[in-house]
Design a binder for this molecule. Structure first.
Ligand code: HEM
Length: 394
């Protein structure tokens, strides 16, 4: 049997991820070729091993920014994931300090205020769009707040996302001389912060005060990482929020169950991360010639690391295709990646999802789907389809 899998098939946005096909791939050809000449890893054990082995496999986000690979990109434009050790670990500490659990605690009440305010606005309408009215603005408003930026910046984050410039770098063909708008914006903010006696935002302060081999970071290095925070943190969280609100809408029994037992909400969020992973795959390249599962891979071979499939691997999860709130270890999934590159924004993303669900459950009696309306598949993370709903307050 010779199977192949295209993790970038645009049909997935409309038809959903073909999980049955992934099941077949895990069973018969767990390392499977893709149409671009990469290999798709479908089993938990391979995905987990590749995440852990950062000397053997390196991340390269070149193609998603319109470039062939990191070797064509100046080093000061390398996103955190692409920086090799030991500098990666040092740079990552700056991210952890920016978004760690203590920071998330500090903005917990802001997250709730945002969710309440958005729900107030949706309740003024007969029919609401849970996507544009709720799931989409929460992460960009929260990220603007974390970075000490005006609320209106969250609209800019979305604008740069819709016009595609968020996925470019200064080196991307077609970017006008200079930098993409997101980096111009962060450069101006960096200069404003530097002009103060002391930066008044903790993230800018952390990056401005950082020292590597006794030298500060270059401006381009800082704005590359600030840009990456938006790229990595806004749409991923939007995907998670879309999934948690849409499933609640589609499953009134689940809505009731969580309303009566809110202690299940964090479990609900974890099972969503496993079953409906907002990030379905990430890339790695082989740092040297190697062998995975009996397949010889040349140096620099591209790998599609199949988080979505690994999270439904039957060798690890009982009844993996079912959405269940009684799994023995709900956090045991690769929805945030694994190993030294595991997501530094996980605490923040979880807090946003839990709060978004808590607010809906505590203030709504029920949510109703609209007869005749069409809804995106779950998972369908980055599709821009509406999620129309009638919201009935308690
Ligand atoms: C539900 C929301 C999120 C999901 C599903 C998610 C998922 C992931 C995954 C799978 C990785 C590993 C990538 C790899 O190994 O190649 C990752 C890394 C990363 N995420 Fe998230 N993420 C989310 C939210 C966030 C947030 C809110 C932020 C920022 C505040 C963020 C920032 C990052 C960064 C900077 C990395 C790179 C870490 C490194 O390479 O060391 N993410 N994320």
């Amino acid at each position: 049997m010779s199977l192949s899998y295209n993790p970038h098939d645009p049909a997935f946005l409309i038809d959903g991820i073909p999980f049955e096909q992934l099941q077949e791939i895990r069973a018969h050809q767990p390392i499977c070729p893709t149409p671009t000449g990469a290999w798709y890893l479908s089993r938990f054990s391979d995905v987990d091993a590749v995440f852990r082995d950062v000397e053997g496999y390196y991340a390269d986000l070149g193609p998603i920014t319109g470039l062939s690979g990191v070797e064509t990109i100046p080093r000061d434009q390398w996103f955190l994931s692409e920086i090799p050790e030991p500098k990666h670990a040092a740079m990552r500490r700056l991210f952890n300090t920016s978004f760690g659990p203590h920071r998330t605690k500090e903005i917990a009440s802001y997250i709730r205020t945002v969710c309440d305010g958005l729900l107030d606005r949706m309740l003024e309408q007969d029919v609401s769009d849970l996507h544009v009215g709720y799931a989409m603005p929460i992460p960009s408003l929260v990220m603007a707040n974390v970075l000490g930026l005006p609320e209106s910046t969250s609209d800019l984050f979305m604008e740069w996302s819709f016009d595609g410039s968020l996925m470019t770098r200064p080196e991307t063909p077609g970017v006008k001389p200079g930098r993409p708008a997101v980096e111009e914006y962060f450069l101006a903010k960096l200069n404003e912060q530097r002009a103060l006696a002391e930066p008044d935002n903790h993230v800018f302060k952390i990056f401005l005060e950082a020292r590597f081999d006794n030298a500060p970071l270059e401006d381009q290095e800082i704005i590359t990482q600030l840009h990456f925070m938006i790229q990595a943190g806004v749409h991923t969280t939007r995907g998670l929020l879309v999934h948690v609100v849409q499933r609640l809408l589609e499953d009134p029994e689940l809505f009731e169950r969580l309303h009566h037992d809110p202690s299940l909400i964090p479990v609900y969020v974890e099972e969503t991360l496993r079953h409906d992973s907002p990030v379905q795959r990430v890339t790695r390249r082989c740092a040297h010639a190697t062998e995975i599962g009996g397949i010889m891979m040349a140096k620099d071979t591209w790998l599609e690391v199949g988080i979505a499939s690994a999270n439904r691997d039957e060798s690890l999860y009982e009844d993996p295709e079912s959405f269940r709130l009684d799994r023995p270890n709900p956090k045991n999934h690769l929805g945030f990646g694994g190993g030294p590159h595991i997501c530094p924004g996980a605490t923040l993303a979880r807090a946003e999802a839990v709060t978004a669900v808590e607010v809906l459950l505590s203030r709504l009696h029920s949510m109703e789907m609209l007869p005749g309306a069409s809804y995106p598949p779950i998972p369908g993370s980055l599709s821009h389809q509406e999620i129309p709903a009638r919201l009935n307050p308690r």
